[in-house]
Design a protein around this ligand. Structure first.
Ligand code: ADP
Ligand code: MG
Length: 352
């Protein structure tokens, strides 16, 4: 069996006796990208800091490539862990230019000066920083500093990248470019990554698996499709995307290859993939799971034209729902509209 790059078992972390992360179990496999998705304050940076070696566990253990690096009594210092961390708040050396900063880990790794500089310059160019190679941090914008920090982490050639909100400071086109760079780089080098983010789009875009972190506890770990399509509860549903909830009656739960019969108001709809016992239920609807034009009654309450698509809020007897449709706005606020359900997911909890 191939040893995972990172294993956390029963990991508990605290600041001065105040617990922040409780009994965390998490693996990152060779070449795998895992995202920790959680709201601000849920413990993402704390977990990354523990993996990097800046915080020692109160309980549990951390292993890198099978070797114990930290538990309640021992801790390997950060410089002896093969991890490359890119911090939420860039931590660049003020006296070094961008190219020197990126070349530095290569020089320490024994690469000769000329080659280190050439490789560093090439890396900066790929990150869109070619013209800024000779600038110091004070001469770079926040987003540029973040990318220099990323280039430095890449240059360390680590076993594991730790990215803390790696694109939070960047403008939208650059974010997409950098996310793509992260994905491509990792694919090329096979380097595993653990990314902390509060941005669901980033988590779904960069990760093979996503862990949902709520107040220091992992409530669900799954592929991007699993956490989006089958969230464990309403909290997880809201964290992973726009979530509407409607009250329905499941009359027949259906089966493999046979859709469920679900009564919504006066209509009975056939909906695939419900798999829950008959009875009153709350169903999660994502905006892309609802179609406009259908037998269920509703009224357009709000509409937002977003360019490639339009988002509508529809008032219905079963509850208020958000619907996304490709193209320009075609329904005015106040219009009566029919709607239908392509897909839905039963929520287990009753909280609203
Ligand atoms: P996230 O990165 O998910 O926003 P953090 O890991 O930074 O969350 O913080 C988790 C919790 O730990 C928060 O309640 C935060 O206030 C607290 N915390 C973070 N850093 C420290 C610190 N250095 N000392 C005390 N408490 C801290
Ligand atoms: Mg943080």
């Amino acid at each position: 069996m191939i040893e995972p790059i990172l294993v956390a078992r029963g990991l508990s972390l605290a600041y001065g006796g105040t617990p922040v992360v409780a009994e965390l179990d998490l693996d990152v496999a060779e070449g795998e990208s895992v995202a920790l998705l959680g709201p601000s304050g849920s413990g993402k940076t704390t977990i990354l800091s523990a993996v990097a070696g800046f915080i020692d566990p109160m309980a549990g253990e951390l292993r890198l490539r099978g070797a114990l690096v930290a538990d309640a009594s021992r801790s390997v210092p950060p410089e002896r862990r093969r991890v490359g961390m890119v911090f939420q708040h860039y931590a660049l050396w003020p006296h070094m230019t961008a190219v020197e900063t990126v070349a530095y880990p290569m020089l320490r790794g024994g690469i000769d000066r000329g080659r280190a500089r050439a490789d560093a310059a090439a890396l900066l160019e790929r990150l869109g920083l070619a013209g800024l190679a000779d600038r110091r941090p004070s001469e770079l914008s926040g987003g540029e500093q973040q990318r220099v920090g990323l280039a430095r982490a890449i240059a360390r050639d680590p076993d594991l990248f730790l990215f803390d909100e790696p694109t939070a400071h960047l403008d939208t086109p650059l974010r997409a470019a950098l996310q793509q760079e992260l994905v491509t780089r990792r694919a090329a080098t096979g380097t595993a990554a653990l990314t902390a983010t509060h941005d669901v789009a980033e988590a779904l875009a960069v990760a093979d698996r996503v862990g949902l972190l709520r107040e220091g506890r992992l409530v669900q770990v799954g592929t991007p499709a699993e956490v989006y399509e089958r969230p464990v509860d309403l909290w997880a549903a809201r964290l992973t995307g726009p979530a509407s909830v409607i009250d329905v009656m499941v009359e027949d739960p259906g089966d493999v290859g046979r859709p469920a019969s679900v009564r919504i108001g006066h209509a009975v709809l056939a909906i695939p993939g419900i798999a829950t016992a008959p009875g009153p239920r709350r169903l999660l609807l994502r905006p892309d799971w609802v179609t406009l034009g259908g037998e269920l009654p509703g009224v357009v309450r709000e509409a937002w034209y977003r360019g490639p698509h339009t988002d509508y809020r529809i008032e219905t007897p079963a509850g208020s729902i958000d619907v996304r449709e490709a193209g320009a706005q075609r329904l005015a606020v106040g219009t009566a509209v029919g709607w239908g359900v392509r897909r839905a997911w039963p929520l287990v909890d009753t909280e609203r």
